[in-house]
Design a protein around this ligand. Structure first.
Ligand code: A2P
Length: 316
């Protein structure tokens, strides 16, 4: 499969199976099926609440002899309650145990937000750490130590804007390999992409289909569903493929890796075959023209009265 080559020669397949919102009970079969038909990249996180089951799906694929461990790229993320340096490696070891792996290919800082260890989400302003109490550079240094210990091959970030990436690049020994951010034709983040390109940071696009199954508290009235966009639908009809396939191919054509989530075998297969579609430059340009700054995962769920995080600051 098409892949992005990292500085050390490792190759990250451009299409990965997303697992956010994949329910326990469905995700094991989804992972096993995806690998069986040719996926070689799975994107996970402990906060998704399903890593142990993803691990069973991976183990199944290895047992069946469909793939070797080295042939599958596995990404996971450091949750925001474990940014204090002493919690970093234990968090990675829990993820590895759940995933039944002895190393990750890529480990990301999930959000540039830190709060008290042991919480899933902060409830009160006091639950957050002030940036000076747990500086990101210290979290990062602990992650670098995990690379050196052989527990993960690459480290990166997620939901980082240009300002935070620039700060990190200035203060790191091992530069971030990836910034995983929301990206689709409605939210193209061109400045961020340009900055990443100039600085050797690869971008992974999350919620590439507009995350239509995002939880109720992230659904706002009047947000247009990307999969129903008239231009996307029309290009798909012209090509005799589905809107989802157009969005996946667009992401790859525009130089990112992409992690559509599905637990449906037919759609898992459909999304895989999208990688090989060919789109004309004219079609790609029509999709480029849809940019409207539409964020589905807007970060407002971090805003707590008196707390240090605002959505405006996350993306500014
Ligand atoms: P399902 O898991 O039932 O297939 P995103 O990756 O942007 O978060 O979007 C995930 C959502 O899109 C899920 O609701 C998923 O449903 C749905 N989805 C995944 N692939 C397709 C597809 N090919 N066509 C339509 N919907 C899809």
């Amino acid at each position: 499969m098409n892949a992005h080559e990292l500085a050390n020669g490792d190759r990250m397949p451009l299409l990965g199976l997303g697992t956010w919102k994949s329910k326990p009970g469905r995700v094991r079969a989804a992972v096993a099926e995806a690998i069986r038909i040719g996926y070689r990249h799975v994107d996970c996180a402990p906060i998704y609440g399903n890593e142990a089951e993803v691990g069973v799906g991976l183990a199944l694929a290895f047992e069946r002899g469909e793939v070797e461990r080295d042939d599958v790229w596995v990404t996971s993320k450091l949750w925001s309650d474990s940014h204090a340096p002493e919690h970093v490696e234990p968090a990675l070891r829990r993820t590895l145990e759940d995933l039944r792996l002895d190393r990750l290919d890529l480990w990301l800082v999930h959000w540039p937000v830190a709060f008290r260890n042991g919480l899933r989400y902060p409830r009160r302003a006091e639950d957050f750490h002030a940036p000076d109490d747990v500086p990101l550079v210290e979290t990062w240094a602990a992650m670098e130590a995990c690379v050196e210990a052989g527990l993960c091959r690459h480290i990166g970030v997620s939901n980082f804007n240009v300002r935070r990436l620039a700060d990190l690049l200035a203060g790191c020994r091992i530069p971030p390999a990836v910034d995983q951010v929301e990206r689709h034709p409605y939210l193209q983040q061109r400045d961020l992409l340009e900055f990443c390109r100039e600085n050797g940071v690869f971008v992974t696009a999350y919620s590439p289909l507009g995350s239509p199954d995002r939880p109720a508290h992230l659904l706002a009235d009047g947000e247009p569903p990307l999969l129903e966009d008239p231009v996307v639908v029309e290009v798909a009809a012209d090509r005799r493929v589905t809107p989802a396939q157009i969005l996946i191919r667009w992401a790859v054509e525009r130089g990112t890796s992409v992690i559509p989530k599905s637990v449906n075998p037919g759609r898992i297969r459909q999304n895989l075959s999208a990688v090989d579609l060919e789109l004309e430059e004219e079609e790609l340009r029509r999709l480029d023209a849809l940019d409207r700054g539409q964020r589905y995962i807007d970060g407002t769920f971090w805003e707590i009265d008196g707390g240090p995080v605002t959505a405006a600051d996350l993306w500014a």
